[in-house]
Design a protein around this ligand. Sequence first.
Ligand code: CA
Length: 222
Amino acid sequence: MSHILIAEDEPRIAAFIEKGLRSNGFTTTVSGNGLETLSLVQGKPFDLLILDLGLPAKDGLEVLEELRGQGQTLPVIILTARDGIHDKVTGLEGGADDYVTKPFRFEELLARIRVRLRNLSTVKGKDQDILQSGDVLLNLRTRQAIVRGNVVELPVREFAMAEVFFRHPGQVLSREQLLDRVWGYNYDPGSNVVDVYVGYLRKKLGSQLIETVRGMGYRLKT
Ligand code: CA
């Protein structure tokens, strides 16, 4: 059971996130200011922190800076209305793992949380760090793909989808399975998002890598 700390001073937003997370099986704690957030993290082993940037007492970037300064490796997803590129860069350089801007859909946040928690269990479980198929490697630690020796940066969901394929080589994966593993929630089954992302991966990793299995889904070539 993952325990998530929500640092958000707007009660309505905090309640919205809390309700959604609880109904998805998470345990939650809410903190309404930066100082309290710091002391909560120091006192308890949370699995992830959702951090609003505009917090009273100590703002989110300061909280992040202190946590990372103390060597805290807790995954942090910044949540904020500040969508300026400057804040994004500062947040990510300050050690945030991901970034969601308000307004947001709960499903968007949930998907990002799941990706972060999955990464964590991969590292914790001393899983294989490198997955390989032909001349394409996936480095699960750096979240990069290496195609014929060249590093290819993949956005979060493209990497997540590539990882699902590489963990199940030769196996046919249906659109529903891919939606569930990559987006982590009940996406509109009529959506073509899976096909679009398979297209991205083919373009970046090699056109022959993922085969279409008509009427069934997709398969990583072995
Ligand atoms: Ca705020």
